[in-house]
Design a protein around this ligand. Structure first.
Ligand code: HEC
Length: 157
């Protein structure tokens, strides 16, 4: 448990400067009946944040990008805390690209954002490979599947 706490602390120490609001979803303690999501389900939501992050950045919607990055990071923290089998190094290697993307978002630097997004994606695959999940291959998405959400910043011509 000590080790898990350490990993979570490491990830959380990479505080996101551009994310002004704290996590809005507070978990209510419900005694022993605490919901523990499967790792695959956590990863599915991380996948969603990964794709939304890219299209928020592409649309220069930096507020949304910061939000999605925060959600992605929170998902990884949860995975590290809940699942003992995840190697420490694979989680900690994600902190560098996450921190850099956060800086690119704060600087509204679209070019740097795109470059770092590839690095982040390589980090996903690095862990999948090292954990015998080499068949789960992530890539930089080309199409935006969420037609029910608006990605460009609103209030712009
Ligand atoms: C620290 C290790 C690690 C990192 C980092 C990681 N993953 Fe995973 N991922 C896993 C493991 C382990 C599984 C398989 C889970 C299982 O077997 O239930 C998985 C599964 C998945 C799946 C398959 C889910 C499904 O059920 O179809 C997707 C999609 C995925 N990861 C996306 C990502 C993305 C996107 C990133 C990067 C932003 C990422 N992962 C980073 C370890 C990792």
């Amino acid at each position: 448990m000590k080790l898990r706490g350490y990993i979570a602390a490491l990830l959380m120490a990479c505080s996101l400067t551009s994310l002004a609001v704290a996590q809005s979803g507070t978990m209510r303690a419900t005694g022993s009946a605490k919901y523990v999501p499967q790792l695959g389900d956590l990863m599915n939501s991380i996948q969603t944040r990964h794709i939304k992050l890219l299209f928020a950045g592409k649309a220069q919607n930096w507020g949304l990008a910061a939000y999605e990055l925060g959600q992605l990071k929170a998902g990884l923290v949860e995975a590290a805390v809940m699942y003992e089998g995840i190697p420490v190094s694979n989680v900690t290697t994600m902190t560098a690209p996450i921190q850099s993307i956060d800086e690119a978002i704060a600087a509204k630097d679209g070019r740097r954002f795109a470059k770092l997004f590839s690095e982040l994606t390589a980090g996903c695959n690095g862990c999948h490979q090292s954990m015998d999940r080499g068949y789960i291959v992530m890539r930089v998405p080309t199409e935006q599947p969420f037609s029910n959400q608006v990605f460009p910043p609103q209030g712009k011509p």
